[in-house]
Structure formats: C-alpha cells, structure tokens
Design a protein around this ligand. Structure first.
Ligand SMILES: [Zn+2]
Length: 236
C-alpha cells in the first residue's frame, strides 16, 4: 500500500495569523503563469488518478465507525463538501456517504466505487513509515490494478484525535484523505507530477501536508483548478 499521512502541527494554531498572498489569476483559480519550473508550491498528482465513466458514484461507507458520532459528523461534512464542489464545478463523479455498502446508489454510468472509513483505534492498523503521534489520518492513492477503471483507494484510516477537532478542521482532514484516495498528493511537495496551471503559492490548499491555522475545510482556488484538471468534463 502506498501510504500517505496527514500530519498535524497543532502548535501552529498558537501562532498569530500571517498574511500570505495568494497568486490567483482568474476565477477558476488556474494560474496560467504557473509551470513545472515552480516547484516550491504547487499541486501534485499521483501516477494514477481516479478514472471512471462520468456520472459514476463514489460512495464513502461509514458502518465501521457508526458508533463514533464525532468522527461520523466529520466524515459526513467532509463528503458533503466534496459533493457540493463536484456539483459546483461540474466534475465527473457524484460523491455520497452511506452507512452500509449495500445502500450506495448506483451511478448514472458506473459504480458505486467504495471508500471505507476506519478508526485506527478499532482496526489496530498503524501506517507504515509514519510518526504515529503526529498523524491524524492516512490512506493510499489509486493504483493501476489492470482493470477497466482506476478506482479510488478503498480505505481511509482515522486516528481518535480527529474526534476532538472543530467542524471545519475535522471536515478538512476527511477532505484531504479523500483527495489522496482520488489521486492527489501533497501540494508543494518536491517530487511528483505537477498539475498544470495550479498556483505557485497556495497556503490554504486542502492538500497541504499539515493541518494548521489555514485549515478551513474549504477547497482553495488552486484546489478547484486541480479538480477541474483531473476530474472535470461532466456534461451539464
Ligand atoms: Zn496527506
């Protein structure tokens, strides 16, 4: 499993907010001046991203955490924000959250494709190569298993510390992990495939590697640009 953790830097919440200008050239957040030369801050995709028929349903299943009401509310909010953004941007896929796999709706042209949510406390799974005390959640990125489609990574593992986060921070963690499961890597990382025209500077991207004071649980302008680049194209 290719593992990708979401680390917290809780101490940063205590630092006064610094004004960080965003370089946004148009309403979609796509920066035509950004290029692969700008390696310090940018959006990065995994070798494989989700590739399904348009109208396919991606279903986040919560029955493994159904008695953890705080985590459940974070998951529902995170999925809702993906769902809303998919509708707003006209993305190919429909995001839903259900308790049971059998309740996942079939998409217009495919699916449902399942992402299960687990608590690390219950599953006793510890991510490889991770500093456990700083990790809030982890998942993988899509792989090419030789089938017809590239499906989302099928599991997201969440640490108990996420329960105590506020509404926006909790949603942010879930949105970030779904981003990995869909094929995003960390914004600003030095290696990987640059998503064309994503801004050079993006302090509030959901795919930044650390949860900090900019974690507002909203897709940034650059995130929207990247979403359209990777998953746009639905007929509306
Ligand atoms: Zn991450």
């Amino acid at each position: 499993m290719e593992e990708c953790s979401h680390r917290s830097r809780l101490g940063q919440w205590l630092v006064p907010l610094a004004f960080i200008p965003l370089l946004i050239s148009n309403a979609t957040g796509c920066d035509e001046s950004a290029s692969s030369e700008n390696v310090d801050f940018r959006q990065v995709r995994a070798p494989y991203v989700v590739d399904l028929p348009q109208g396919a349903t991606i279903c986040v299943v919560t029955n493994s955490i159904s008695d953890d009401l705080e985590l459940l509310s974070h998951v529902r909010e995170g999925v809702k924000r993906w769902k809303d953004m998919s509708a707003q941007l006209g993305l190919k896929y429909r995001f839903v959250e259900t308790e049971f796999t059998e309740d996942c709706p079939v998409g217009d042209f495919g699916g449902p494709f399942i992402i299960d949510i687990y608590s690390t406390e219950d599953s006793h799974i510890i991510p490889p190569n991770a500093n456990v005390k700083d990790t809030l959640a982890f998942t993988g990125v899509p792989v090419n298993s030789g089938g017809i489609y590239i499906e989302p990574f099928n599991s997201i593992y969440v640490y108990p510390e996420v329960d105590g986060l506020g509404r926006d921070e909790g949603a942010h963690v879930i949105m970030h992990e779904i981003g990995h499961a869909m094929g995003f890597e960390h914004t600003g990382q030095a290696t990987g495939a640059h998503i064309p025209n994503t801004p050079q500077s993006e302090a509030n991207s959901i795919m930044n590697p650390a949860l900090d004071h900019m974690a507002v649980g909203q897709f940034s302008a650059g995130d929207k640009c990247a979403l359209v680049a990777l998953f746009g194209g639905r007929d509306v």
